[in-house]
Design a protein around this ligand. Structure first.
Ligand code: NAD
Length: 350
């Protein structure tokens, strides 16, 4: 029988892309464990949910008893941990959920994984892996030059990045103290289909379509490194399967863009893709708003390690990936309306 993988956060943006990929392209059985917060949406995995290799567990990663049950019943060969509170602006307005889920939740999952792994024997024990998925934001902010490497000291500036940094440290400690076989990856900003519309790219697409303002923090010159979500998923599977235990791998797109460049490109793409009758001067909708507190200037990833050790590199050029993404949002009204309907207070930019 094929191996089971436990994917936490599999109803979210990146987690659902992992789940879809694993069902479509591998023979793993997938256990999607998700609490279904406002950001979780089972419609994102609808195309694979009828597969006999797919199971869903609505469980909170802070619930140790339920985690133990899931491990007992599904006997996973490994864990890919993506469940998290992920939106920086929400973390500034209310950090408590971020501390709870990202730190206490990761701790609880580590303990449940350790208990399960301790009881495994032979090859199952030797093969077990725990992959912790994290962000480039743990490294803080770059100046004009340089890139984050795996040796860059952690210097998180937002409650979100601090909570992710804390979780990365817990994972490291569970490896060094208890020998839990872990690997961690830190990735730059993802974009693509099924991203909850509070994040920069879908938020701007939907506002532009409605003729609403396109709010950009500060002067729009903050720089992010963008990676198409399917590229990230390929990296995750490779790191999960072949990454060296106890190591961190940086993943990024080599696509540094200012926020203003991203929004300008989106505005132009909308006019390219929409019928002429609904063309608008979308760029005129851009409005600059008071900067986010603690707003990091620039992120950029050195991806030599994952490239050299594991042979992964990003395939999607940014403008091509963005065009596919805009098309997807134009063509998937029901998913978008479902996501927006569940959460009326769509926040500002990612
Ligand atoms: P997301 O917000 O779209 O999805 C998070 C998922 O986790 C949701 O389905 C939610 O229901 C679930 N969840 C939240 N709290 C939970 C809990 N207590 N128990 C169980 N499930 C819970 O996030 P995403 O953008 O898909 O990010 C996934 C992971 O990747 C996160 O760990 C994030 O830090 C990391 N990451 C994201 C990006 C990015 O650009 N989106 C970049 C690098 C790393």
């Amino acid at each position: 029988m094929s191996k089971s993988l436990l994917i936490t956060g599999g109803a979210g943006f990146i987690g659902s892309a992992v789940v879809r990929h694993l069902i479509h392209n591998t023979d793993y059985r997938v256990v999607n464990l998700d609490r279904l917060t406002y950001a979780g949406n089972l419609d994102s995995v609808a195309e694979v949910s009828n597969s006999s290799r797919y199971a869903f567990e609505q469980v909170d990663i802070r619930d140790r008893r339920e985690l133990d049950r899931v491990f007992r019943e599904h006997r996973p060969a490994g864990v890919m941990h993506l469940a998290a509170e992920s939106h920086v602006d929400r973390s500034i307005e209310g950090p408590a959920d971020f501390i709870d889920t990202n730190i206490v939740g990761t701790y609880t999952l580590l303990e449940a994984s350790r208990a399960y792994w301790n009881e495994l024997e032979g090859q199952s024990k030797a093969d077990f892996r725990y992959h912790h998925i994290s962000t480039d934001e743990v490294y803080g902010s770059l100046g004009e030059t340089g890139l984050f490497t795996e040796e860059t000291p952690y210097a998180p500036n937002s409650p979100y990045s601090a909570s992710k940094a804390a979780s990365d440290h817990l994972v490291r400690a569970w490896h060094h103290t208890y020998g839990l076989p872990v690997v961690t990856s830190n990735c730059s900003n993802n974009y693509g289909p099924y991203q909850f519309p509070e994040k920069l790219i879908p938020h701007m697409i939907l506002n532009a379509l409605d003729g609403k303002p396109l709010p950009i923090y500060g002067d729009g010159s903050n720089i992010r490194d963008w990676l198409y979500v399917d590229d990230h998923v390929r990296a995750l599977v490779r790191i999960f399967e072949r990454g060296r235990l106890g190591e961190n791998y940086n993943v990024g797109g080599h696509n540094e863009r200012t926020n203003l460049e991203v929004v300008n490109t989106l505005c132009d793409l909308l006019n390219e893709l929409l019928p002429e009758s609904v063309h608008r001067p979308h760029r005129k909708l851009i409005s600059f708003v008071k900067d986010r507190p603690g707003h990091d200037r620039r992120y950029g990833m050195d991806i030599n390690k994952v490239r050299q050790e594991l042979g992964w590199r990003p395939e999607w050029e940014f403008e091509a990936g963005l065009k596919m993404t805009v098309n997807w949002y134009l063509e998937n009204g029901p998913w978008v309306r479902g996501a927006v309907g569940r959460e009326t207070a769509i926040r500002m930019v990612a």
